[in-house]
Design a protein around this ligand. Structure first.
Ligand code: SAM
Ligand code: SF4
Length: 336
């Protein structure tokens, strides 16, 4: 396949990073992410692994050099290790990452590493087993801690933990989570809760803890130094004096990161989402499934669709915690 022009939107931003949701299903039901009784998509509506690999091939051919596989829980999708191997073999891909709840890493960390996965992010909101259970509704802390160990034993470097802090539920765990990460040489990012999907367990506005507040709490114990950031993402990173770990703060509300946004998402159904906080999208599943099915014709159609989609990328998001959610899709289907 010949190299074509990179994907550049109407605001001059080059899209080089794509997050792909490989399933909307999950073995956990985190209170901020899913309703307790979720209805999942029928199989015919979700992209097959072959379709995901075809999209990845075309994205990389259009200059995308970083892909993150996410979900839902990517490790509940049968065949995900083979998908990793197939995407990793694409020439031009610089980095292939995954975000996981860690529950299945004990078995899968090594196969994933051998298949070429470069980096892993693992979600961890509590170090207290009972509370972990409450926050994830079905998750077991011991399993996730064993998964973190397995990732490190398999040789993954710069493994990062992700924590969502909710007032009154786990805001007293900010420092314990930091100490846990520092002790193990892991990076740790705190993510502000985003109003994606309708949830009933808590009021998002009341539970909201800003990145600034979390940073202030950590700053009382550790000396933090801002690191120049070139990820083009919503995270701001800090080094911690005397430690190798980096701390990140992902602030969609309190930080406008849209100006240098370099990323788009592909949902489980194959919708290319141009912005996490807007509904602007393109139906790539239709492009995949309709028309001449030969690989050459499919590739031509997809690359044309990707270029057309760039015109749809909005300038910025408009999250507002005080209003009803404007975005009715859950993070699990979006590709968090
Ligand atoms: N299941 C995997 C996991 O939990 O890491 C990957 C998918 S999950 C949707 C990706 C990340 O999104 C997790 O770190 C999770 O904490 C975060 N997340 C989910 N819903 C969120 C929300 N409403 N606001 C902010 N972060 C959210
Ligand atoms: Fe599942 Fe991840 Fe959502 Fe938790 S945050 S319910 S682990 S997809």
């Amino acid at each position: 396949m010949s190299q074509i022009e990179p994907l550049i939107d109407n605001f001059g931003r080059r899209v080089s990073y794509v997050r792909i949701s490989v399933t909307d299903r999950c073995d956990f039901r985190c209170v901020y992410c899913m309703a307790e009784d979720m209805t999942f998509l029928p199989k015919s509506q979700i992209l097959s692994l072959e379709e995901i690999a075809t999209l990845a091939r075309n994205l990389v051919a259009c200059g995308v050099d970083k892909i993150r596989l996410t979900g839902g829980e990517p490790l509940v999708r049968p065949g995900v290790v083979d998908l990793v191997r197939s995407i990793r073999s694409l020439p031009g891909l610089r980095e292939l990452c995954m975000t996981t709840n860690g529950g299945r890493l004990q078995d899968l960390a090594r196969p994933l590493r051998e298949a070429g996965l470069d980096r892993i992010n693992i979600s961890l909101d509590s170090l207290d087993a009972e509370r972990f259970r409450e926050l994830t509704r079905t998750g077991r802390l011991g399993q996730v801690l064993a998964g973190i160990d397995a990732a490190q034993a398999a040789g993954f470097q710069r493994t990062k933990l992700n924590a969502v802090i909710l007032r009154g539920r786990n805001d007293d765990e900010i420092l314990p989570l930091v100490e846990f990460a520092l002790d193990r040489g892991l990076d740790l990012s705190f993510i502000e809760e985003m109003p994606l999907g309708v949830i009933t367990e808590h009021s998002r506005a009341e539970a909201f803890v800003s990145s600034a507040e979390i940073r202030e709490i950590i700053g009382r114990r550790h000396s933090l130094t801002a690191i120049a950031d070139d990820t083009g993402g919503p995270a701001r990173y800090y080094s911690v004096a005397g430690h190798s770990s980096r701390l990140g703060f992902i602030s969609p509300h309190s930080h406008n990161f849209c100006g240098d946004c370099n990323r788009v998402r592909v949902t489980t159904e194959g919708r290319l989402l141009l912005c996490l906080g807007n509904e602007h999208s393109m139906d790539l599943r239709a492009v995949l499934r309709e028309g001449d099915p030969t690989p050459a014709a499919t590739d031509t159609r997809i690359q044309a669709a990707l270029r057309d989609a760039m015109a749809l990328k909005p300038e910025r998001h408009h999250f507002n915690l005080e209003e009803e959610p404007q975005i009715l899709r859950f993070m699990s289907a979006t590709g968090g």
